[in-house]
Design a protein around this ligand. Sequence first.
Ligand SMILES: [Zn+2]
Length: 242
Amino acid sequence: MSLYRDEGVVLRTQKLGEADRIVTILTRRTGRVRAVAKGVRRTSSRFGARLEPFTHVDLQLHAGRSLDVVTQAETLHPYGEALVSDYPRYTSGMAMLETAEKLTSGEKEPALRQFLLLVGGLRTLADGSHDPRLVLDAYFLRSLAVAGYAPSLDKCARCGAEGVRSFAIVTGGMVCGTCRTPGAASPAPPTVALMVALLRGDWDAADASETRHRTECSGLVAAYLQWHLEHGIRSLQHVERV
Ligand SMILES: [Zn+2]
């Protein structure tokens, strides 16, 4: 058994036995870690509420053969406090935590950029400076990009042609008239511009968007994310062959 230190965001907790929990944490250096927090469900727990979802914690862990064990936890940022009292922010935050777990495929595979995106996303949600839906869509688009699934938005995802008007999830983003497949969406140009702004982190442009374009953007981004989480890259290659 060896001790190590890291910092991370608590993604999820599961009960273990009478008083313990298994805590899933996305850490800065170690990647996604599952660790046992002993006695955490007792009111006298020395961890208090520090190992609850959303909390950014500084940790000391014992590396175990199957599961690691949390030996110390200090709160760096209690993002959950700002989120639990606001339903739109809370649900956006929960979706971020779930996505962070799914887009970091293996345990203990370093995922620094995913960690930084998650911390940045939770911080922005908690400070209330932007529409939670925009914060969530920006997080989805950027974490997909880090995972290698950035949608093509300015050129055809299949042939590279310009002048794209349709959004085809399976093809990988915007497509031209020639490559358009049945069922492709035809988003309004400002909706596509909003997706570009969110992917780039251009908040001035994103904040100036209209509600109907935000709604259309959210629908497309959610469908695109869902497709990639369910199919992964192997299925994408299969579609390309067909
Ligand atoms: Zn094309």
